[in-house]
Design a protein around this ligand. Structure first.
Ligand code: URA
Length: 234
C-alpha cells in the first residue's frame, strides 16, 4: 500500500468515526514496529441503515460536487440476490434510487420477465440493487479508480450486511470492483466467480444491451440471468 493510499484509507475510517487507528508505539527496545491497525471492513452487526448513516452527507471524493442525491441502494435487506451496477445516471441522481432510468427499466423487465418465464415468483423488490459508486459521475463517465476504492468500501459493507446467496455484477466496473481480474466482461460473462465466498455471476450492463446492435449480447444476458435465478431460487 502506497503512503498516499494509506493516508486515504486512514482518512476514510476517520470520516466514519472509527479510530484511533494506530497501535501504541512499541516500547523502546521492543522488536515490533508501530504499524497501522485497520479495523475490519464490515463492523460486526453492520446493517444497511448503519451504512447509510456512515455515508452521511459524503464528501470523501470529487463525485459529491455534482450530485443531487446519493443513490445508496434499493430492495430487501434480506435479499438472496444482489445486483451491482456502475454508478447513478441522471434519473437515478434526481430520484435517489438505482436503476430507474432506461437501463433500469430494462433491468426490471429482465429480472421479472426471466423469473416469470422460468416459473420463479420474483419481483424487483425481492432483490437488492446498488452500484459501485453512490454519486453520479459527471457526464456518466466511468468511475475513477480512487472513487471506486473509496465508495467500494460501502459497497462491500452492503454486501457483507446482506450476505446474499449470489451477486450479479452488471458490466465491467462492477466486475472490476468485486473481482479485480484482468479479463473483460465478454470473457467473464456467464461464469461464476467469488467475492468473499459469495458466488458472483458477471453479465453485461443493461446500458450496453440498450444499443441496438447488441442482440446477441441480449440473448447472452438473458441466459446469464436465467442461470443466476435458478442457482439462487431453485
Ligand atoms: N447505470 C448504473 O450502473 N446504475 C444505475 O443505477 C443506473 C444506470
Amino acid at each position: 500500500m502506497s503512503p498516499e493510499q494509506l493516508r486515504q484509507y486512514l482518512e476514510f475510517y476517520r470520516d466514519l468515526g472509527i479510530g484511533p487507528l494506530y497501535r501504541q508505539p512499541a516500547p523502546q527496545g521492543a522488536e515490533e514496529p508501530a504499524t497501522a491497525e485497520l479495523p475490519g471492513l464490515a463492523p460486526a452487526g453492520d446493517t444497511l441503515p448503519a451504512i447509510l448513516q456512515d455515508i452521511g452527507d459524503c464528501k470523501r471524493c470529487r463525485l459529491h460536487e455534482g450530485r443531487h442525491k446519493i443513490v445508496f441502494g434499493d430492495g430487501s435487506e434480506r435479499a438472496r440476490l444482489v445486483f451491482v451496477g456502475e454508478g447513478p445516471g441522471a434519473d437515478e441522481d434526481a430520484q435517489g434510487l438505482p436503476f430507474v432510468g432506461r437501463a433500469g427499466q430494462l433491468l426490471t423487465q429482465m429480472i421479472e420477465g426471466t423469473a416469470k418465464k422460468e416459473g420463479i415468483p420474483l419481483q424487483r423488490s425481492d432483490v437488492y440493487i446498488c452500484n459501485v459508486v453512490k454519486c453520479r459521475p459527471p457526464e456518466n463517465r466511468a468511475p475513477e479508480p480512487d472513487e471506486m476504492e473509496i465508495c467500494g468500501q460501502f459497497l462491500f459493507r452492503q454486501l457483507a450486511a446482506i450476505r446474499p446467496k449470489a451477486i450479479c455484477a452488471l458490466g465491467a466496473t462492477a466486475a472490476k470492483a468485486l473481482l479485480a481480474r484482468k479479463e473483460g466482461v465478454t470473457r467473464m460473462r456467464g461464469n461464476w466467480f467469488k467475492w468473499n465466498d459469495i458466488p458472483v455471476m458477471v453479465t453485461y450492463h443493461p446500458s450496453y444491451l440498450l444499443r441496438a446492435y447488441n442482440q446477441n449480447a441480449k440473448r447472452e444476458a438473458w441466459e446469464d440471468l436465467k442461470k443466476t435465478l435458478h442457482y439462487v431460487y431453485d
